[in-house]
Design a protein around this ligand. Sequence first.
Ligand SMILES: NC(=O)c1ccc[n+]([C@@H]2O[C@H](COP(=O)([O-])OP(=O)(O)OC[C@H]3O[C@@H](n4cnc5c(N)ncnc54)[C@H](OP(=O)(O)O)[C@@H]3O)[C@@H](O)[C@H]2O)c1
Length: 339
Amino acid sequence: MVNPVYAPAADRYENGMAYRRCGRSGVLLPEVSLGLWHNFGDVNPLSNSLAMAHYAFDHGITHFDLANNYGPSYGSAEETFGQIMKKSFRPYRDELFVATKAGYDMWPGPYGNWGSRKYLMASLDQSLKRMGLDYVDLFYTHRYDPDTPLEETLQALVDIVRQGKALYVGISRYPASAAEKAYRYLAERDVHCLIYQGRYNLFDRAPEEQGILDQAHHHGVGFIGFSPLAQGLLTSRYLQGVPEDSRMAQGRFLKRETLTEAVAAKIKALNEVATERGQTLAEMALAWVLANEKVTSVIVGASSVAQLEDNLKALRKPGFTRQELERIETICRLPDGGK
Ligand SMILES: NC(=O)c1ccc[n+]([C@@H]2O[C@H](COP(=O)([O-])OP(=O)(O)OC[C@H]3O[C@@H](n4cnc5c(N)ncnc54)[C@H](OP(=O)(O)O)[C@@H]3O)[C@@H](O)[C@H]2O)c1
């Protein structure tokens, strides 16, 4: 049987998605972006990855967030994305905003990690091959490298843009002091930093507390929040224990120890607030992040189309009353009960 050719939904831009300007730039990003950290590796069925990518694009998600080592195995999420490009997305390349990154452990030896020019340049070339792309829209240094001169990392970004291999550059997980230097260094070379990527959710307020959001805003740099659902904690996933097929059951990035009795009680209490608002907990958690105008987009992960569908309902965003916000704050500030 010949596979049917993918035809995206004709109403994909009138389906409820809103787009926000990314800092002081010409780029608009969807309020919800899709991350390929999990569930797009060579251990996952291609049919499910393909279905999620189609559902995303059909609902106005134009931004796909990758990194060199997403999988498992390393590189395989980019290979999966390459297959999705080939099977479905090739005619729509100009409607897509594709990001990748380098900065974590990727290949053995001294040149496959951190922030050297040697690593970033080689890694991006590999990423382009795996995804079957001529360029990425956005290339990130995935983390701050305290041992490489920051100028070396940043100049590599400048040169990558000049080579046309990335249209824009961004930084991820940089401490505020290094971010400040990065914004200035790049601006002085006419390569404006497009975006800062950091973890931001009801349980992790670091971007507010460390001044990252205000700093990005001040420099005209967008902010995109990753793990807005705290890897699934801020959803209905763990309301009744740990399901067999969940990220926590795999135990690699989300450990069972995280779900203390106190955290389980917090999740239940937040779920009650969400239910009273007529939302799922996932919807409410995403709506809460998006209520902050300094946030350009949230990058969600999903293991099924149904989860993605649930998450996109957050775009309906009924506003929060002051009482709801206070209740949410009180719950979130309760101790986690861990070690
Ligand atoms: N820059 C960085 O260093 C960095 C670090 C981490 C992530 N990221 C980016 O951010 C993206 C998102 O991160 P994340 O996957 O941790 O995000 P997340 O949205 O906080 O968590 C996603 C997980 O939550 C569960 N989930 C999602 N929607 C659900 C729903 N409606 N109902 C029930 N469960 C739901 C699923 O878990 P199950 O799999 O258990 O079903 C899903 O895999 C990544 O793909 C990556 O692109 C970047």
